[in-house]
Ligand binder design. Structure first.
Ligand SMILES: [Fe+2]
Ligand SMILES: [Fe+2]
Length: 528
């Protein structure tokens, strides 16, 4: 309020008019009025205000003015939802009789109520967080001057361009909210070495809470106005329900009671993902595991019962399943190429592992960047499923297919923007010539399914390279990288090669060559 006064004095041109008392707010003969205003900050919507005026001419003549405002803004590093509700009643002579104002942000709530006692004297009560209450008397002159905003063309002269003090001092960002990040970091789990216990926490605490939040959304939104988002959320609900069904047999018999209770307490402290439930503050003795063991990216990938190795690409058909020269050799039987490309697709599991680390390492990234990373992750998981599903159909025992871990081991040594640069500008951007040859060869087989899967893979990869062009410069800026993109990518490639010498080739074969899948075995499986 103080800020606004300063603005008024310093920038009178922002205000389009003024009037004495409240009468000038109301035109003659209205019985009610409603108005909405969008609140923009740096061109981005961050909230709205809603004002409503109701004339009452029955029991107590006069009128009620109520106003609500909601804003999402960054307050001291945490993104918070701030809401304000204000109401005033005027008597039949348009004199202020009572007013109230409630302001809530995150955990803090303040309420101010005013009641006219004598001609100009109001009794004011201020409640903070329901715990402390103060009363005082203040003077509100009958002829208070009320200013009207000048507006602009967009709002047809109704808004307050340039007004609004407080939240311009605070910045809004898309940054991941700290309490939510904290809970996810906790759920990744440093407390137990058993990945099934960690999975139980994720699937039996975090995801059911997400499902509850989706259901809450469906309950509180308008079936017509919010139709499109409701239809989407209905799909999310179906997905979440399916995930719970699918995971159940894998978690049967896993004793995760203690860990689940630990996570439930942290979640209850937030009142659910949307804060829609009653908050149960954490007990004083609650110990965050991440405070004891800070999160770091895992040193290696978890492939559960499946065998692992450094790389599946090589030159020797007695050693490795994907024999590089075979991919483009016109003499190679197309059936062998199809098998090799499915192994290649299945290996994209590592892309999920290292791309996820980029996600985690960019908490302050714009929402759209994370949106594209999420899509990217999902694509890679489909690609690896293409191989996982098709190989057994063609006679390959998945327990003989080693998973290559080199890329993860090397990339995790590099900062996130370098990881992302290698992925999009190097691995993906350079995969097209070979993939085009491979697709042509596979087409000889008249295998509609293989053609379709490879076409999807190629389209997705084109998108991933587009994402790279779009986001790499922003990610570089995030990490203070100022070189031109091309120069940075070239230097990163050099660095990767250097690190490959240090961190690559360190994972021994889980299986001896007699047991593991190799190029020679693929020829035999293909019937050659
Ligand atoms: Fe892929
Ligand atoms: Fe990709």
């Amino acid at each position: 309020m103080m800020f606004w006064v300063v603005r008024k004095e310093a920038f009178p041109e922002l205000f389009g008019g003024a009037g004495i008392g409240y009468r000038n707010l109301l035109s003659e003969g209205i019985i009610g009025r409603e108005s909405w205003m969008k609140v923009l900050f740096a061109g981005k919507p961050i909230g709205y205000t809603y004002t409503r005026i109701d004339m009452n001419d029955s029991v107590t003549p006069g009128c009620t003015i109520s106003s609500r405002a909601a804003l999402t803004m960054n307050v001291l590093g945490a993104v918070q939802r701030i809401s304000a509700n204000a109401a005033a009643t005027l008597d039949s002579a348009f004199q202020l009789n009572t007013f109230s104002c409630q302001f809530s942000t995150g955990n803090a709530k303040t309420q101010v109520r005013g009641l006219r006692r004598t001609d100009e004297l109001f009794e004011l009560t201020v409640d903070t967080d329901g715990s402390s209450s103060r009363s005082m008397q203040v003077k509100v002159p009958k002829d208070a001057v009320l200013y009207r905003g000048k507006g602009c063309r967009k709002c047809r002269g109704t808004g307050y361009h340039g007004r609004t003090g407080l939240y311009e001092l605070l910045t809004t960002t898309d940054a991941v909210r700290e309490p939510i990040r904290r809970l996810f970091t906790e759920a990744v789990g440093a407390a137990t070495a058993d990945p099934l216990v960690i999975a139980a926490g994720f699937y039996e605490v975090l995801k059911p809470a997400l499902l509850a939040a989706y259901r809450h959304y469906l309950e509180v939104t308008d079936p017509l106005a919010d139709w499109p988002s409701k239809k989407l959320v209905e799909d999310f609900v179906a997905d979440e329900e399916r995930h719970l069904r699918e995971i159940a047999p894998h978690l049967a018999g896993v004793d995760a009671r203690e860990w689940k209770l630990h996570l439930t307490q942290a979640l209850d402290d937030l009142g659910g993902w949307l804060g829609q439930e009653t908050r149960l503050p954490l007990a004083a003795g609650y110990v965050w595991q991440q405070d004891l063991t800070p999160y770091t990216h895992p040193a290696t990938c978890n492939r559960a019962p499946y065998p692992v190795c450094s790389s599946v690409f090589g030159l020797d058909p007695r050693e490795d399943p994907i024999v590089r020269p075979w991919l483009t050799d016109p003499q190679t039987d197309a059936r062998v190429i199809r098998l090799m490309v499915y192994v290649w697709l299945m290996m994209e599991m590592d892309a999920i592992d290292y791309l996820a680390t980029v996600f985690y390492d960019t908490p302050a990234a714009p929402f759209d960047l994370h949106h594209d990373l999420a899509r990217h992750l999902w694509d890679e998981s489909r690609h690896s499923q293409f191989g996982f599903r098709q190989l057994p159909k063609l006679g390959v025992d998945l327990k003989t297919v080693e998973h290559s871990l080199d890329l993860y081991h090397i990339l995790v040594q590099m900062p996130p923007h370098e990881r992302y640069a290698m992925m999009t500008m190097e691995f993906e951007a350079n995969s097209f010539p070979t993939k085009a040859t491979v697709m042509d060869r596979v087409r000889e087989l008249n295998d509609f399914e293989a053609d379709t899967l490879l076409a999807f893979d190629r389209n997705d990869e084109q998108n991933h390279v587009r994402y790279g062009h779009r986001w790499l410069p922003e990610m570089m800026a995030m990490f203070g990288e100022e070189r031109p993109t091309e120069e940075f990518v070239a230097a990163t490639r050099e660095k990767f090669n250097r690190l490959a010498g240090l961190y690559g080739g360190r994972t021994p074969h889980s299986l001896p060559r007699e047991q593991r899948l190799t190029g020679d075995k693929l020829r035999r499986i293909a019937g050659i």
